[in-house]
Design a binder for this molecule. Structure first.
Ligand code: GLC
Length: 449
């Protein structure tokens, strides 16, 4: 039962988007997500305001009044990301708590009014650009602080109130006014902060039967998503916009969250541009006591898995309230960087292998269509032989990527018989060293005809 997926390339060889430029995006493949806000002080997940139903004034007194990242050094962040092999970043300009990292003229709830006393976003963007990374901004559609944001029974600190109490708090609030506030903020971000390549709006939750009842949920009607998208595209035509505005067809990228897709992500049977976002542990914001930290090896496999399925990985760090990447995050980035330095060639500019090249056991394939090289990522090192179906006549040369050491290719009657394949099979057998190379995931680079 093979449901063949249409590649759906247009004349220029691109996948369908909402109009943004994803050309660089599908080359670069690997980005850094940064979740940084007042919740870093709570150090127990960026949703703590919701989870613990912390009222706005209490949250302000506790965290806004104390936000003082005295060790903030964005050059260090940028260097750590560049050394890990990341090519772009997406930073939270504002998360659901409503706090703004930049000097927005639309609100006083911003970094310059905390003990930090300055715009924290601008130096971050500058530092990452200086390291050669592209820059994107996450912008929360939800805002649990804004006085016009209509309180609903789904999310935020007041979700458990009675309908009457909520109605009382909602008196005078206005979503159209809040939507206008968002447009003004997005205008600031897209006109005063240099070349922004991605706008990552987050997220929509309309009540299915009552899309216009904003006390039960919010989607495109609440955000006025169409206007927001039109504005962003007008200010920056090439910008990449995500898919969380509840506007089908308007986004450029699909964004599965904490989830590896089983294959290339499709929509109505057509392949699309996608990026999964993943945490290093279970939280996006800095979480002191979270214990499910992933290992560099595992993260490297995740990155490989993305590219092998035609997608990107946006890997998150939640800096501390003092403004640092903590030791666990740095160790992860360093481990990835060690591998990327030698294996970036199997990631950048690469995508899924052509359909007629089956993936060998315990492997992931990536392919660079420009150089016509195929990369076999060997997840479990076999003893001496690796069999590649259908490649006998197509490989000119093979080498281990980590040290450019030649790998000899076996083909022909003797090999086919040993491998238990039928005579005349187009099997190619690689003769591997018996000892696994000392890298997280060894990669064999195949030069195709
Ligand atoms: C979410 C969450 C969140 C996180 C994000 C990343 O929807 O609300 O805290 O920022 O997605 O994908």
């Amino acid at each position: 039962m093979s449901t063949r997926v249409k590649k759906n390339l247009d004349a220029a060889g691109k996948y369908p988007t909402g109009g943004g430029d994803t050309e660089w995006f599908v080359q670069d493949r690997f980005g850094l997500f940064i979740h940084w806000g007042l919740y870093a002080l709570g150090a127990r997940h960026e949703w703590l305001m919701h989870r613990e139903s912390i009222p706005v004034d209490v949250y302000e007194q506790r965290y806004f009044a104390r936000f003082d990242p005295d060790l903030y050094d964005p050059q260090r962040w940028a260097r750590a990301a560049a050394q890990a092999g990341m090519k772009y970043m997406v930073a939270t300009s504002k998360h659901h708590e409503g706090f703004c990292l930049w000097d927005s003229r639309q609100t006083g709830y911003k970094a310059p009014r905390t003990p930090a006393r300055r715009d924290l976003l601008r130096p971050m963007l500058d530092a990452f650009r200086a390291e050669g990374l592209r820059t994107g901004l996450y912008y929360s559609l939800l805002d649990w602080h804004h006085p016009d944001f209509v309180i609903d029974n789904r999310f935020g600190p007041y979700r458990d109130l009675s309908d009457e109490a909520r109605a009382r708090m909602n008196a005078g609030r206005s979503m159209p006014r809040y939507a206008a506030y968002m447009r003004k903020q997005v205008t600031e971000l897209l006109t005063q902060y240099g070349p922004i390549d991605i706008m990552w709006f987050d997220f929509s939750y309309p009540a299915p039967e009552h899309p216009d009842d904003f006390t039960r949920g919010k989607g495109r009607l609440a955000w006025e998503s169409e206007k927001l998208v039109r504005l962003a595209r007008k200010l920056r035509p090439s910008i990449i916009i995500d898919d969380r505005l509840d506007l089908p067809g308007a986004g450029d990228i699909r964004t599965p969250e904490q989830f590896q897709p089983r294959a290339w992500v499709t929509e109505q049977g057509r392949r699309v541009v996608w990026e999964t976002c993943q945490t290093l542990s279970g939280s996006w914001g800095y979480h002191r006591d979270e214990a499910t930290w992933r290992t560099p090896d595992e993260l490297i496999r995740t990155l490989i898995d993305c590219v092998a399925k035609g997608g990107n990985l946006l890997l998150n760090v939640g800096p501390t309230g003092r403004g640092e990447f903590d030791a666990r995050a740095l160790a992860c980035l360093e481990g990835i960087g060690t591998w990327m330095r030698r294996h970036g060639r199997s990631i950048y500019g690469c995508t899924a292998a052509p359909d007629d090249m089956p993936t060998p056991e315990n492997c992931r394939l990536t392919y660079n269509p420009q150089t016509r090289r195929l990369y076999v990522h060997v997840l479990a090192w076999p003893f001496k032989h690796l069999h590649l179906e259908g490649l006998r006549d197509r490989v000119k040369y093979a080498q281990l990527l980590n040290d450019a050491s030649e790998i000899s290719c076996g083909a022909g009657e003797w090999y086919t018989r040993q491998a238990g394949a039928p005579a005349g099979d187009n099997l190619l057998t690689l003769n591997l060293p018996p000892i696994k190379p000392d890298v997280a995931v060894p990669v064999i680079e195949l030069f195709l005809n």
